[in-house]
Design a protein around this ligand. Structure first.
Ligand SMILES: [Zn+2]
Length: 207
């Protein structure tokens, strides 16, 4: 089974993908993880991609596509694509040699997504993640682990989140419409507790 998880930032895609990976042994595929694996293994593509990232540039699609293609060629049990394809160009590339069986849209309102993401905090020293909604530090503003100062990243301020949500709808709406017309789209309420969301996904996939 090859599935795609799709949804705006804060919808919990990564958490759900990890749970599915643990349960079914499907490989969780994000372009970020694949790029990291390629750097660590010093592959030719990893070395090329790193040059772009070190220069603060996006890795061009043609390299990302090759990295994704290599990873998918090795998938046997199944895969969970997370955040890719997010536009029609990526989708057309992927569907040349690969079939996505089901697409899970983790449905979350913009307001909830902004509330969740803008509550994220990080330690400036050890980089530990916190969230003021679910996982507050014991002492306000101070890291539980190292005593460092806890701050909000620029990306986690409301304006930045709104921009990314807008970009998501602009790019990804067509992808969602496409899979809906193919009869592959499943909508799951992402405002439920993590366990409920997972149970609803499993039920909808009928696995
Ligand atoms: Zn810390």
């Amino acid at each position: 089974m090859n599935i795609l998880l799709i949804g705006i930032q804060g919808c919990g895609k990564g958490t759900q993908a990890k749970l599915l990976e643990e349960r079914f042994g499907w490989k969780h595929i994000t372009t970020g993880n694949l790029l990291r694996e390629n750097f660590e293994n010093k592959t030719e593509l990893g070395i090329i991609a790193k040059k772009f990232m070190d220069a603060g540039e996006l890795v061009p699609d043609k390299y990302v596509f090759q990295i994704v293609e290599d990873a998918l060629a090795k998938v046997d049990e199944g895969s969970i694509l997370d955040g890719f394809p997010r536009n029609m160009e990526q989708l057309r590339f992927l569907e040349k040699n690969f079939t996505i069986d089901k697409v899970i849209l983790l449905d979350l309102s913009d307001e909830k997504a902004i509330e969740r993401v803008s509550s994220r905090r990080n330690c400036i020293d050890c980089k530990k993640d916190y969230n003021l909604l679910y996982h507050k530090p014991k002492v306000e503003g101070i890291c539980d682990v190292c005593g460092g100062k806890i701050v909000q990243r620029d990306d986690d301020y409301e304006d930045a989140i709104k921009k990314r949500i807008e970009k998501f709808y602009k790019e990804t709406s067509e992808v969602i419409t496409y899979f809906n017309e193919e009869g592959k789209l499943i909508r799951v309420n992402a405002d439920d507790p993590i366990d409920t969301i997972q149970a609803n996904i499993i039920k909808a996939l009928d696995v």
